[in-house]
Every structure is written in structure tokens, then in C-alpha cells.
Design a protein around this ligand. Sequence first.
Ligand code: GNR
Ligand code: NI
Length: 171
Amino acid sequence: MSLLPILEYPHPRLRTVARPVDVDQLHDPAFQRLLDDMFETMYEAPGIGLAATQVDTHQRFMVIDVTEGREQPLAFINPVIRERSVDLRLHQEGCLSIPGVFADVTRPDGIVVEALDRHGKPFELRVDGLLATCVQHEVDHLDGKLFIDHLSALKRDRAIKKLDKLRKGRD
Ligand code: GNR
Ligand code: NI
């Protein structure tokens, strides 16, 4: 297995709208290896989710594990959010593509998400809380969106200045 490089803001390919995965690909060992590499990259970061877009693969899939013990790896192939609750939830989000920057984002608290698992078997999950936040954050990546797009212009500017400052301190 290997760690994959993660695209960072403002890389233009983070704005790509990913294309659906061709289900024949799920039988391809190279695709399964890519999924394993994405889990490894997410766990090593560490992060609770990683979308294919972030590793410069512009197909609709993502990996998530929101458990403390890193015991519940979930792969979502061609995810679709079927329902969104009226109830909202505010959560402080971060992103491996905008490292070190955190900001409050409001999203629907509960969702129903439909996808294929890594073997092509369809599943549906009704989730809320952190997992629902994370699924929405990852599906946003597949649509070329970043969590800072949900902020006011003022807060987004502040977030980008913070990122610039962190980068200047790094070198
Ligand atoms: O590791 C991550 N943490 C996180 C925290 C709150 C809301 C969303 C996330 S996802 C993020 C990893 C990432 O960038 N996924 O795209
Ligand atoms: Ni992210």
C-alpha cells in the first residue's frame, strides 16, 4: 500500500465535478488498490474522510471512518444523498486540502445516502451527527466544492489568510 499525495487549495482540479464510477472498474485490482491506498492515506493524515477528488482522481467515490478506534471503514461508490433533514447542525469542519484551517459550517443534521460498497453491492444509510456531516463534506468534494464555499465572504477570506499564514510559517 502507499500514501497518496493530497491536492491542496487553491489547486484548480479540486474544482472538478467527478464522473460516475463505471461499475466494471470495481473488479479491477488497480481500483481496489486505490481504495486501500485512500484508506491508508486517510488514517495516516489523520482524517475522518477522503474523497477521490483530493487524490486527483475525478470519479465519484470516497472513504470515511468517523470512529475513534478506526474500526468502521466505509467506502461509498457513486454516492447520492436522497434525503436531507430540515433540522440543521453546526459543526467545526476541517479539510485535508486546507490543512490547519477550521470553521463552523451549518448543514442538514440527518441524511439518507445511497451508494455501492467496494464490491458493487448497493446500500442505503440513514445517518446523523458527525457521519452525516462527513458524508456531505465528501460529496461536496466530488462536486468540486470545499467547506469554505459555505462560509460568508468575510469568514472565507479569514480562512484563506490563515492558510497563507500557516504556509509561510512552514517554510
Ligand atoms: O478529517 C476531516 N475532518 C472533518 C471534520 C469535520 C468535518 C469534515 C471533516 S472531513 C476531513 C477530511 C477531509 O478533508 N475530507 O475531505
Ligand atoms: Ni475535505
